[in-house]
Design a protein around this ligand. Structure first.
Ligand SMILES: Cc1ncc(COP(=O)(O)O)c(C=O)c1O
Length: 491
């Protein structure tokens, strides 16, 4: 089959065009049995392919027909041996990836700044995380990736680890030396799993970081929906054979997935793959050019700094995706959160994210110069307004992270244990049962199962006093922390 074909999308439409008399779910039957206003809003085309795994339409749980063909075309496009479609986001693909290689008690090496789906998979599987500190950028207050050296060190200490997980590229677009990490891990016969949630485009252009499959990684959960043009909630899991088992992956994916898989999401993956494979290079080329021009213009605006290739040069900032505009607003004397609100209120602009020091704007294959010009105009006005009223510098907080506490219980045992709340000040020495994260740089200070230390309590207090968001605990005011109940001996 050619990359110009869309077996799943086309097959669905052909089926819908036959207009079968349906006596199966979904009960709305091409929209006839649903709320009229919603039906008219969504439209007949989408509703006609909101179908279910009846025989002619294949089954994501046992693909043999059009879904299998669509997955094979995706594998070819992404340089994988196998591609599995996910209708449960990259979170679903990540959980499958991890649970297919670890069993209860197994060790997995993970960076400390992982997405919650990774910790969820660790809790579900009963694995023991061995954390690696990512590199921190003190100027931007963000975390980058991990390095081949840190992976080597971790594997020397834990040669029995069952997998290494890497976030590549990061949310902010920085890529580690992934090939170096893969080489190290494969020397130890350990598979490399990549959280490629923010990297669907990198495979399709040579001025982008190496993709997971190009770097020889064993699995990658790649968000087609985030930047690749498929619908929200659709994603893929790419697999290279050798150290991992495609059969096991299919089994776990099936266990983690609804039996009512959305064909609209699946079809959107098939169509997005066609666009990336056939037009991706040209579209990404144009996107990189637009983003680079916009970066240059933003860097002419007083007191703003749009991050670029000058940040490269460490093994955690080995390469970067230039379509991400990470803009440091620290020198305006206001926070990224305030900039986000100002842009919404004054220009109806929504950014991807903001933190204390930065905002992140994504330029995608959907954007045109007229869009980026409005962003530049808005930022110019903001800079004029704020620079003239600037009273004080944003206090530059030293971005450091304290030591990772000792893990006394597996995250799963901590998750299922009986818990109680104790005053924050009296919690040192107890085993925590919840997450505590500090932003920036968004690294967990505690994860369930770790022993609370005075040093880390002091770090949290320091951040709270500085007005930084501390998230995770049930008691948002942090007067209390949830800890594992202690067993008292019975007399
Ligand atoms: C680094 C990272 N990994 C995984 C995910 C999960 O992706 P999804 O929302 O598709 O489940 C996200 C989502 O934002 C993410 O930022």
């Amino acid at each position: 089959m050619s990359q110009h074909e869309t077996p799943l999308f086309t097959g669905l439409r052909e089926h819908a065009n036959k207009n079968p008399l349906q006596f199966h779910i979904p009960g709305h039957k091409k929209g006839q049995g649903m709320d009229e206003e919603f039906k008219n809003f969504i439209g007949p085309n989408a509703l006609s392919i909101d179908l279910i795994n009846i025989t002619p339409l294949d089954d994501l749980h046992h693909p043999k027909g059009m879904i299998k063909q669509a997955q094979e075309l995706a594998a070819q496009a992404f340089g994988a041996d196998h591609t599995f479609f996910s209708v449960q986001g990259t979170s679903g693909a990540i959980m499958t990836m991890i649970m297919s290689v670890v069993s209860p008690g197994d060790k997995i090496l993970v960076p400390r700044n992982v997405h919650k789906s990774i910790m969820t998979a660790i809790v579900f599987s009963g694995a023991t995380p061995i954390f690696i500190h990512p590199e921190i950028d003190p100027e931007l207050g963000i975390s980058h990736g991990i390095t081949p050296d840190s992976v080597e060190k971790a594997l020397n200490q834990h040669p029995d680890a069952k997998a290494v997980l890497v976030i590549n590229p990061t949310y902010f677009g920085f890529a580690a030396d992934l090939k170096g990490i893969v080489n190290v891990a494969h020397r130890f016969n350990v598979p490399v799993l990549v959280d490629e949630a923010h990297g669907v485009l990198i495979h399709f252009h040579d001025h982008m970081p190496l993709s997971a499959m190009q770097a020889g990684a064993d699995m990658a959960a790649t968000s087609v929906h985030k930047l690749g043009g498929s619908l929200t909630g659709s994603s893929i899991l790419n697999v290279k054979e050798g150290l991992v088992s495609p059969e096991r992956i299919q089994t776990i994916l099936s266990m983690m997935t609804t039996t009512s898989t959305s064909y609209i999401l699946l079809a959107s993956l098939d169509a997005a793959r066609r666009r990336l494979a056939t037009e991706g290079y040209t579209l990404i080329e144009k996107t990189i050019r637009l983003a680079s021009q916009t970066r240059e213009k933003i860097n002419e605006i007083p007191n703003l700094y749009c991050v670029g290739e000058e940040k490269l040069g460490t093994s955690a900032t080995f390469d970067y995706d230039p379509t991400k505009l990470l803009i440091s607003v620290k020198d305006l004397g206001i926070t990224g959160y305030e900039v986000e609100t100002w842009l919404r209120k004054n220009y109806n602009i929504e950014v991807e994210l903001s933190d204390l020091y930065n905002i992140l704007c994504l330029i995608t294959t959907a954007d045109h110069e007229k869009d980026t010009m409005i962003l530049v105009e808005a930022l110019t006005k903001l800079s004029k307004e704020k620079s003239s009223s600037k009273t004080e510098e944003i206090k530059s907080l030293p971005v450091h992270v304290p030591d990772i506490p000792v893990l006394a219980l597996s995250p799963r045992d901590a998750f299922y244990a009986n818990t109680e709340s104790v005053p924050f000040e009296e919690s040192a020495g107890r085993i925590i049962a919840e997450f505590v994260m500090v932003y920036p740089p968004g690294i967990p200070i505690f994860i369930p199962g770790e022993i609370i230390t005075n040093e880390n309590l002091a770090y949290i207090k320091e951040n709270l006093e500085a007005g930084l968001p501390v998230q995770g605990p049930e008691d948002a005011n942090l007067n209390y922390l949830k800890v594992i109940q202690e067993q008292v001996a019975i007399r």
